[in-house]
Design a protein. Structure first.
Length: 135
């Protein structure tokens, strides 16, 4: 038995700065403007790609392929080269099993990585010490 779920209208999709997770990229229609965010795990600039840069971002659910055209790279060069965590807004492009985001805006959100440690740093010292009964 096949379950068919209705797709919401294009206007129902999150608008930036809301981000889609990698596992949600099959939901929006092709060419929808979306925003994704994640850790940069790969940067490629093949010599045969005529200045195109390929990025791979990873979030808690998977990976996202990003295409950065040469002119956009010149505009966001620092973020593309040095960013450890990026938020990318662009157009979704899907062909079969391959899904890309054609970048339009690239933001370096690496400073947010420091917030991942904030709860542990704010915890009282006794909460971090071992339980005296269990050692």
């Amino acid at each position: 038995m096949r379950v068919i779920t209705p797709r919401p209208a294009q206007t129902d999709w999150p608008r930036p700065p809301s981000c889609l997770r990698a596992d949600q990229l099959r939901l929006p229609p092709d060419n929808a403007r979306i925003t994704v965010a994640g850790l940069v795990i790969l940067r490629q600039r093949p010599g045969t790609a005529k200045g195109v840069i390929f990025l791979t971002l990873e979030d808690e659910t998977g990976t996202v392929n990003i295409i950065v055209w040469r002119k956009l790279y010149e505009r966001y060069r620092r973020a593309v080269i040095a960013g450890r965590m990026l938020r990318v807004t662009g157009r979704l492009q899907s062909e079969g099993d391959v899904i890309h985001v054609i970048a339009e805006v690239i933001e370096d959100i690496s400073p947010l990585l420091d917030q991942l440690l904030a709860p542990a740093a704010e915890a009282p010292p006794e909460a971090l010490s071992p339980d005296p009964q269990t050692g």
